[in-house]
Design a protein around this ligand. Structure first.
Ligand code: PMV
Length: 332
């Protein structure tokens, strides 16, 4: 048997990826920039075993759904091809955060899987290669291979499936003091997965072209604000990116928000009207991630705790890159 265990953390996009390049390879149509979060982790074990007849995928103790299995097996097949490996694998993945928390479990999941699978078969890949592999399973996962603030460029317009695209670190976790308050507003999995949400937005939204034009501009300004350690600029642009992304999706009939999502947005705006630098971002789900500086944390938290629709608040900060915990070589 050959085995490896890897740990990766979810990330939240400050400038959003929404929309894929046409064709295969899972290349994003727009650049994105995220922060990898500490205190939350996915732990994934991959065991290649000659006794297995087929790949097995267990997520949080249960057999994974068919769609997830296909994506996991595709990633394992890529690794097997490069390593000339024929054994099937058992993948066991555990999140230490509630899967309904709206934190990107696919991002931390595919980052941990890419690192564990490539390590288990003895491929001594650099981080860029692991990130490229993770991106094929979930583009946001390319960013979770790295800690701190991380960027993923858009794919080349004329890219082929074999083209390489990895995320790159922009700034370390301690570059900017930041707390991300994950305000959980609903239980249960989201109704429309991100791949389907993006596909429908690009196919049906009258604002898809506007989003594809605007997203790279917002991204570049946000990147500059981050490098200048301009928290207010960063927050304003992050909120603008999230609202533009959701506006394009809503115009296609894809609504991830619930009533409480709007209540949190209203609370954030009212805190801002009172002079606090506090901003919101929302991924492909109903939960709101509130961006705040450590000095304002207690007053912002106290106010958010009064918003009726928030089920719980998870406090996170910029965190570290994915790590391989144990690795057993290839004895056969
Ligand atoms: O990588 P995916 O397919 O899980 O899509 C991620 C989409 C967003 O979370 C909404 C934005 C992002 O950049 O993470």
């Amino acid at each position: 048997m050959s085995k490896a265990v890897a740990i990766a953390h979810p990330n939240v996009a400050l400038s959003k990826y929404w929309g894929k390049r046409p064709g295969a390879g899972n290349f994003p149509a727009v650049p994105s920039l995220s922060v990898t979060l500490t205190g939350l982790a996915t732990r994934t074990r991959v065991v290649f075993d000659a006794a297995l007849e087929r790949d097995r995928v267990l997520l949080d103790g249960k057999a994974a759904d068919a769609g997830t299995c296909v994506r996991v097996v595709e990633l394992l097949d890529r690794v097997r091809k490069v390593a000339r490996e024929s054994r099937r694998a058992e993948v066991t993945s555990q999140n230490d955060f509630p899967t309904a928390s709206g934190l990107a479990s696919s991002a931390s999941g595919f980052a941990a899987l890419a690192l564990a699978a490539s390590s288990a078969v003895g491929l001594d890949w650099d981080r860029a290669r692991v990130s490229d592999l993770a991106r094929r399973g979930s583009a946001s996962a390319a960013r979770s291979v790295f800690g701190g603030f991380v960027e993923l460029a858009a794919g080349a317009v004329d890219g082929s499936e074999e083209g390489v695209l990895a995320a790159t670190p922009v700034a370390p976790a301690d570059h900017l003091p930041l707390v991300v308050l994950v305000c959980v507003t609903a239980d249960g999995p989201k109704a429309i997965g991100s791949t389907e949400g993006m596909r429908l937005t690009m196919a049906r939204s009258p604002y898809a072209a506007a989003w594809l034009h605007e997203a790279p501009l917002l991204h570049e300004r946000l990147r500059q604000a981050l490098l200048a350690r301009d928290f207010r600029g960063l927050g304003e642009l992050a909120e603008a990116s999230a609202l533009a992304m959701h506006a394009s999706a809503i115009a296609a009939g894809i609504t991830y928000w619930v009533g409480a999502t709007l209540d949190v947005l209203a609370a954030v705006r009212s805190l801002r009207a009172g002079g606090l630098a506090v901003f919101a971002t929302i991924d492909a789900g109903p939960h709101v991630k509130v961006l705040v500086q450590p000095g304002d944390l207690s007053s912002v938290r106290a106010e958010l705790e009064r918003v009726g629709g928030i089920k719980r608040i998870i406090e996170t900060r910029p965190g570290s890159d994915a790590q391989c915990e144990t690795q057993v070589g290839r004895p056969e």
